[in-house]
Design a protein around this ligand. Structure first.
Ligand code: XLS
Ligand code: NI
Ligand code: NI
Length: 446
């Protein structure tokens, strides 16, 4: 049974939508889960524990459909009140009604998703303190928890030249004040993790950019943020979210491999892991499973921002995940890495600009949750019942014994390697059998 209690404020925003039940794959009810059976146990853990789904505050409750060519299309009723504090409370009522109707355990926010940024830092701080008091009550009443908090250091014009990387110290200091508030809010709400996405941390032109200085400043800033959070008792993980471009031409957190190199160079490994986003992987011309594998192999696979891109264009379209094959391949990597344990799966995805019914938010999440759930079931079936694991390890079997093993253990030098090859002669040809692997995966998609 769900440990999440339905929590509706003074006004019910999603009238006519009940708590979403699990009805199984033969159901044709669009407001029911077909695969996400939260208490079903797979490989010793419930689906809820494997998947740790989170709703993102920004797309779901603040994203009103504006784009560079057109005005907002979505008149969310929780944004109607002009009073800043009341609007923030209404939005939070809507958010908790939505999350608890989905029966999900987590949510994620930026500081200025919770409240509109005030005219001064002092006023923004006051608004945040007030809404986080309310959020504490809401979390308590519902059982919903904070997966991660973050600060928006990319929306306000002051950050047009970057936040942590800004050439002007005064802007960097403002970012420091904002991050301090966001860390305080995260700690106050028992947040399990804290995220950094560097939307403006990069450059539009190298001509006016001192890259070394900007990266040094970023590292210094991250050390300060980590030291502050630890001094306040925060024991969670810090996640960096790689993205190669958009809004900047080039962003320093380009992809998983780049971020890992940065963390290693500046001695940040250990506290920092990665929050990987599907659409960011495709923008970096990688598959999502590639990014997961790179992070897993470095021991920094932290959390996921779930969405999908559009394969015909190069934007961060943040569509809801519905590509089963992409997710099966990704979850195979996650299973081998030991699962997502501290982070979760956050729907950093938005309904399309012309999806204007409030129910569309539910269809989108139900579909994304079910696609991930189905992929989890399929991937475990592949791991447990197919030859997939065996085929992969057989491919490397020549390193398990004799000279291959000696090589892996560092017991051969280059001259010995050459001698061995002279004795063997031309190696036999061995097929990579890619098509066989692909067929195997497809056979289990049922
Ligand atoms: C934007 C990012 C952003 C982060 C949080 O592309 O995905 O939404 O997840 O700042
Ligand atoms: Ni994201
Ligand atoms: Ni994104």
């Amino acid at each position: 049974m769900s440990n999440i209690s339905l929590t509706v404020g003074d006004k019910e925003y999603f009238k006519g939508v009940p708590q979403i039940p699990f009805e199984g794959k033969d159901s044709d009810n669009p407001l029911a889960y077909k695969y996400y059976d939260e208490d079903r146990v797979i490989a010793g853990k419930t689906m809820k524990e494997h998947l740790r789904f989170a709703v993102s505050y920004w797309h779901s409750f603040c994203g009103t459909g504006g784009d560079p060519f057109g005005l907002p299309t979505k008149a969310f009723p929780w944004l109607a009140n002009a009073d800043a504090d009341q609007q923030a409370r209404d939005k939070m009522d809507a958010a908790f009604e939505f999350i608890t109707k989905l029966g999900l355990q987590f949510y994620c926010f930026h500081d200025f998703d919770l409240v509109n940024e005030g005219p001064t830092l002092t006023e923004s701080t006051r608004r945040l303190e007030k809404i986080t008091d309310y959020a504490s009550e809401k979390q308590k009443a519902s059982g919903v928890q904070l997966l991660w908090g973050t600060a928006s250091l990319f929306t306000n014009p002051r950050y047009m030249n970057g936040a942590m990387t800004n050439p002007d110290f005064e802007v960097l200091a403002y970012a420091g004040a904002q991050i301090k508030n966001a860390i305080d809010a995260t700690i106050k709400l028992g947040g399990q993790n804290y995220v950094f996405w560097g939307g403006r941390e990069g450059y539009m032109s190298l001509l006016n950019t001192n890259m070394k200085k900007e990266l040094d400043h970023t590292a210094r800033f991250l050390h300060m943020a980590k030291d502050y959070a630890r001094s306040q008792g925060f024991t969670g993980r810090f996640f960096i979210e790689p993205k190669p471009m958009e809004p900047s031409k080039h962003q320093y957190d380009f992809d998983a491999a780049t971020v890992i190199g940065f963390l290693r160079q500046y001695d940040l490994l250990g506290d920092f892991e990665l929050n990987l986003e599907v659409n960011h992987a495709t923008l970096a011309q990688h598959t999502f499973s590639h990014e997961l594998q790179v992070a897993a192999d470095a021991g920094v696979l932290g959390s996921i921002d779930a969405n999908r891109g559009d394969y015909q264009n190069g934007w961060d379209t943040d569509q809801f995940p519905n590509n089963l094959l992409e997710l099966v391949e990704s979850i195979l990597v996650i299973i081998e890495a030991g699962g997502i344990t501290k982070g979760g799966i956050n729907f950093d995805a938005k309904t399309r600009r012309n999806s204007t019914d409030l129910e569309d938010l539910f269809y989108a999440h139900v579909g994304g949750i079910d696609t991930f759930s189905r992929a989890l079931l399929i991937a475990h079936d592949i791991m447990d019942n197919s030859k997939y694991r065996q085929m992969r390890s057989d491919r490397y079997a020549s390193y398990d014994t004799k000279d291959g093993q000696a090589f892996e253990k560092g017991k051969l030098n280059l001259s010995q390697l050459a001698e061995i090859s002279h004795a063997i002669g031309e190696p036999k040809q061995t097929s990579g059998q890619q098509e066989l692997y692909e067929n195997l995966i497809n056979q289990y998609i049922k």
